[in-house]
Design a protein around this ligand. Sequence first.
Ligand code: RFL
Ligand code: PHB
Length: 390
Amino acid sequence: MRTQVAIIGAGPSGLLLGQLLHKAGIDNVILERQSGDYVLSRIRAGILEQVTVDLMHEAGVGERIGAEGIPHHSIELVFSGERHPIDVHGLTGGKVVTAYGQTELTRDLMDARAASGLTTIYEAADVQPLDFDGERPRLEFRKDGRTQVLECDFIAGCDGFHGVSRASVKDRVTEYEKVYPFGWLGVLSDTPPVSPHAIVYGNSERGFSLCSMRSMTRSRYYVQVPLTDRVEDWSDERFWDELRLRLDKDLASRIVTGPSIEKSIAPLRSFVAEPLRFGRLFLAGDAGHIVPPTGAKGLNLAATDVKYLSSAFIEYYAERSSAGIDGYSARCLKRIWKAERFSWWLTTLMHRFPDTEGFGQKVQEAELEYLVSSKAASGSLAENYVGLPL
Ligand code: RFL
Ligand code: PHB
């Protein structure tokens, strides 16, 4: 088997890259370790920057986001028992973010890929990127008990944090990492969201909380939990009680509760691999970097990598120019580090750290007060939240 661009991973990065390349007439094949149903069962991101929405339109798959995505003009911060709106739209000269689940975005991309007749090999085991330092890279993998080979011009490693792409260049990568001493317990439920037009970020003495949504009838909520907690420790009832205790009285009294349809604990991590290119192998999305979810940047950063990578390949095939390819890593990393900074800052501001003493706590409170009372400070939050310019 041969293709122009071999893509490892059918998450949002791999699928979006495949669609953008296809639109430009570049052949590509995706190898995915899991089944399609498994990929669609992962509940993750929910907030899209305009850059991501625009890219979905560019890829020809923006119709449903346009119809069903819910624009958010503001966010709200809860601390000291009170709620403070941040007018993101007003502070950024009219920009918004869009609530639209990663699951739905992935489904739109999968459907479009199937409709275009592009090859995706699900349940591909033991994928190995080989010979990417030379002119003729290839992937070896196992499918249906047989070892198979996919020859290509380029390999795009879109296989997430635990994938094989970064692992295959492990001794050539510099890794920068910060692990946080807590996780997020997330619950998805078919109940109307308590705050349908603004994501709510809460800092209380009991820890962080977040009220988000997938639609007008489906809510997504999170609470900060110790890393030692297990999902089994959290009955639905305990979750709803805890969430109420972390919000202001008004929101707490208005939460509509119901059975969870998904419940999971995610650890929080900041991570960057440098560089993102190794000969003809490129890392994109979570394969190259992770942010804690507090700033809602992970999927959006993945989309920007894909934007840069697709335009680099398009330039290569159209003009035989390797300028885009050569500049890919530095171009991405510039934006990645800004999003890393923002996500780390918002995580530090909004969570309770087990080892923070009185001084750290007081500084956090002062910063929150400053943030909601200074137009410059809230403007900085808002411009990062909607996404910095490309
Ligand atoms: P993914 O989604 O992990 O997809 C990688 C794919 O590669 C496959 N794979 C392999 N395939 C073949 N061979 C191998 N050896 C392979 N190893 C792995 C995997 O099965 C998978 O299908 O990475 P991708 O495409 O780069 O996408 C990144 C996003 O998924 C991620 O950044 C976001 O979900 C992060 N994130 C958020 N991002 C936002 O922009 N806004 C949000 O509101 C937001 N909320 C979140 C989040 C992530 C969360 N968790 C669970 C980490 C909320 C949470 C709780
Ligand atoms: C979500 O809806 O899952 C979500 C929203 C905002 C975040 C993180 C996750 O910062």
